[in-house]
Write a protein that binds this ligand. Structure first.
Ligand SMILES: *[C@@H]1O[C@H](CO)[C@@H](O)[C@H](O)[C@H]1NC(C)=O
Ligand SMILES: *[C@@H]1O[C@H](CO)[C@@H](O)[C@H](O)[C@H]1NC(C)=O
Ligand SMILES: *[C@@H]1O[C@H](CO)[C@@H](O)[C@H](O)[C@H]1NC(C)=O
Ligand SMILES: *[C@@H]1O[C@H](CO)[C@@H](O)[C@H](O)[C@H]1NC(C)=O
Ligand SMILES: *[C@@H]1O[C@H](CO)[C@@H](O)[C@H](O)[C@H]1NC(C)=O
Ligand SMILES: *[C@@H]1O[C@H](CO)[C@@H](O)[C@H](O)[C@H]1NC(C)=O
Ligand SMILES: *[C@@H]1O[C@H](CO)[C@@H](O)[C@H](O)[C@H]1NC(C)=O
Ligand SMILES: *[C@@H]1O[C@H](CO)[C@@H](O)[C@H](O)[C@H]1NC(C)=O
Ligand SMILES: *[C@@H]1O[C@H](CO)[C@@H](O)[C@H](O)[C@H]1NC(C)=O
Ligand SMILES: *[C@@H]1O[C@H](CO)[C@@H](O)[C@H](O)[C@H]1NC(C)=O
Ligand SMILES: *[C@@H]1O[C@H](CO)[C@@H](O)[C@H](O)[C@H]1NC(C)=O
Ligand SMILES: *[C@@H]1O[C@H](CO)[C@@H](O)[C@H](O)[C@H]1NC(C)=O
Length: 570
């Protein structure tokens, strides 16, 4: 009888465990849209992650979460030109700038270390800190250092020494006050033979230094490998079951899995974030570029960590932190710039020109730049885009979405244009503009305002659609015009125009494959959706002739679906 009772007790307990402690389901990417090279840490009950931004500005966005699923943008680490005077405007290439960062919390302060590429003299290292990560202004000016290699890690050993491992993998100590690096850098591990051993992070656990890195290049061969040593300088022993995470050679929808960081929740469970690309093995259509994904980690004492394979639908520990959105800051797509200030999820391509973006009574005012979104890269400085593009946008964060904005002004001067774009780089973008063309094709003045659909796409093996120019219907000329970008399906954009007061009259001006903004000259970045104004090279010097400014109102972005597997949209 006693045994039987015992048995029932046992059975009931097991049943209860299954009922009340079943795994938690969540979906990747947890940081959808362009969020490459995530590095994360936790302080008390809050997780913090920073991601790469290359030449976009403000850069190094910092996200916070209490439940690992819903992340809020709380600040940008690099948010003022004065933090790095002149650096942005000296950047000539599309994918230089702020490479992979590392975030750590040490002695009550948050530190973000990164490297800026492509300026006079090559690479500069930057170390920012703050006690209040929720406030842009609280991020310090950086301590500058001069590394040879990219992807700096931050690791304080128990004796307080600060180590910085970089691509290679090489190790140096860093003086946080002076920026002095120990010389020579010590080679500690070359990885397991994949190209580009990089993105190192050091962890100390059970008397070992664990060195986790990315290898295989950031495309479909990407992977995470690990080694450990008793001494920080080595010798490092590679794990015999490397790589510990990759989707290389698989049919998974999430590809390019790699470049990650590990951290623990308050209960002691380990987690990791890394980058992945929603492209399927074909790796052709991936307009959002490299996104950030979350995976559970099992890491027993003295053992190597076990990282769960990255997929769209994930099964995690029952103890995963409960849903909790109590974080100050913006959600992912809260971005109506009609308010008194420009929302922090709207960014630019390089530091913008002084006063180019202003919130006025009428809306968001953009002073056109002489260079259009393409400009003449590497050409004269005022047309190269190096003095900033008159462009502002947010990440495309959903496979399916609808974006629209109202243009409350109309171009009145030849070659002036205001429009919306899906922008990957200056040489990979899809635009719908309202442009004033001073041609004499029509005898009536109404003929001079046109909708123009135009695609610039280099280095991508797909046909560029033809430019389409259609006159703005005369009956619409007194209306505010609405410009819209939507997704017909997971790989096609549709660009339409309509009078804001009669959206049912929408005119489809163009459609374009999302492949046109996948890879090309922007393999490290992801598409931004937003608005621009330009005079297309008219005039001289840095300024457009005349004083037309574009005024945008009613900025709307609505996510309508996430493709998370070859055959599943949520
Ligand atoms: C920017 O480039 C100019 C011209 O090469 C150089 O004189 C200046 O030092 C550079 N500024 C920075 C911050 O790199
Ligand atoms: C890594 O490779 C370089 C170049 O071959 C070599 O000099 C270095 O000793 C290697 N490092 C380690 C830790 O094996
Ligand atoms: C991936 O690695 C394999 C084996 O080293 C190599 O043959 C292939 O070219 C690589 N693919 C890419 C896209 O780098
Ligand atoms: C670690 O390596 C350094 C440099 O090779 C050496 O000076 C030190 O004695 C080593 N420490 C231990 C605990 O083995
Ligand atoms: C529950 O989550 C853990 C941690 O992610 C995982 O290892 C395990 O496979 C999951 N169990 C099920 C039944 O999915
Ligand atoms: C803008 O203002 C509206 C109405 O006052 C408010 O609902 C919205 O949250 C604000 N948006 C931002 C980004 O502050
Ligand atoms: C003007 O007319 C010419 C010749 O018919 C045509 O090629 C051109 O595309 C027209 N321009 C515009 C802006 O419609
Ligand atoms: C000229 O005006 C007429 C009517 O006002 C309009 O239908 C026509 O489209 C205009 N021509 C052009 C080229 O826009
Ligand atoms: C547009 O407004 C102007 C000035 O208010 C007016 O003269 C004109 O008739 C209007 N045109 C249309 C098509 O409504
Ligand atoms: C685009 O990439 C090609 C090939 O790498 C390169 O020649 C060209 O300079 C790049 N253009 C820009 C604007 O980055
Ligand atoms: C964009 O700007 C460049 C450089 O000023 C110019 O050559 C090109 O014609 C412009 N594109 C359009 C569509 O006006
Ligand atoms: C689009 O959806 C189809 C299935 O309907 C899938 O095979 C394809 O991989 C998806 N493409 C992208 C880029 O998501």
């Amino acid at each position: 009888m006693k045994t039987l009772l015992h048995f029932f007790n046992f059975a009931i307990c097991a049943l209860a465990r299954n009922l009340w402690h079943s795994n938690t389901t969540y979906y990747n990417p947890v940081l959808p849209g362009w969020h490459s090279d995530p590095s994360c840490t936790r302080v008390d009950d809050t997780f913090f992650c920073v991601t790469s931004t290359f030449i976009a500005f403000p850069g190094l966005p910092l996200y916070a979460s209490k439940d690992l699923r819903d992340w809020k943008l709380i600040s940008h680490v690099w948010n003022r030109e004065s933090q790095l005077p002149g650096v942005s405007w000296n950047s000539t290439n599309q994918q230089d700038g702020m490479f992979a960062a590392t975030i750590r919390h040490h002695n009550g302060e948050f530190y973000v270390i990164c490297e800026y590429l492509g300026i006079t003299g090559g690479i500069i290292g930057v170390l920012f800190k703050t006690t209040d990560p929720f406030d842009n202004a609280a991020w310090s000016d950086p301590v500058i250092f001069h590394p040879d290699k990219i992807d700096p890690d931050l690791f304080w050993d128990d004796d307080g020494t600060l180590y910085v491992a970089t691509q290679g993998i090489v190790l140096q100590t860093l003086d946080m006050e002076t920026g002095e690096l120990s010389q020579p850098a010590v080679s500690i591990w070359n990885g397991t033979g994949g190209v580009w051993p990089e993105g190192p992070h050091l962890y100390k656990k059970d008397g070992y230094y664990y060195l986790m890195i990315a290898e295989g290049g950031t495309a479909t061969n990407h992977s995470i490998t690990i080694a450990r040593a008793k001494n920080i300088t080595g010798p490092y022993e590679a794990y015999n079951a490397n790589p510990i995470l990759t989707n290389r050679g698989t049919q998974e929808y999430f590809q390019t899995v790699g470049h990650g960081d590990l951290f623990q929740d308050e209960a002691g469970s380990w987690w990791g974030m890394c980058l992945a690309t929603r492209s399927g093995p074909a790796y052709e259509v991936y307009p959002m570029g490299r996104e950030a994904v979350l995976f559970p980690v099992t890491w027993e004492e003295d053992e190597w960590p076990v990282l769960q394979r990255v997929e769209g639908k994930m099964s995690a520990w029952p103890s995963m932190p409960a849903i909790n959105r109590d974080i100050p800051g913006n959600g992912r797509s809260n971005s109506n710039p009609a308010n008194s200030s420009i929302p922090n999820n709207l960014i630019h391509w390089r530091v913008p020109r002084e006063g180019a973006f202003q919130i006025t009574d009428k809306g968001l005012q953009i002073t056109p730049s002489r260079n259009n979104l393409t400009g003449i890269p590497y050409g004269p400085i005022e047309l190269s885009g190096q003095r900033g593009l008159a462009f502002i946008g947010q990440r495309q964060t959903d496979t399916l979405f609808q974006y629209s904005v109202d243009l409350a002004s109309k171009p009145r001067t030849a070659n002036y244009e205001a429009g919306v774009t899906i922008f990957l780089t200056q040489v990979n973008h899809i635009d719908l503009g309202v442009v004033y063309l001073a041609d004499s094709n029509s005898s009536n003045s109404t003929g001079q305002l046109y909708f123009r659909f135009r695609v610039e796409s280099q280095n991508i093996p797909v046909a560029v659609p033809q430019e389409n120019i259609v006159p703005v219907p005369a009956a619409w000329r007194n209306s505010t015009l609405r410009l819209e970008i939507s997704t017909q399906n997971n790989s096609t954009y549709e660009l339409s125009a309509m009078p804001a007061d009669s959206p049912e009259k929408a005119l489809k001006v163009g459609t374009a494959s999302a492949q046109l903004v996948s890879g090309g000259n922007g393999t490290f970045v992801g598409s931004l959706i937003g608005a621009y104004a330009t005079c297309n090279g008219a005039g001289e010097g840095e300024r457009c002739p005349g004083d037309d400014a574009a005024v945008f109102q009613r900025w709307r972005y609505e996510g309508l679906g996430q493709q998370i597997a070859e055959d599943e949209v949520v």
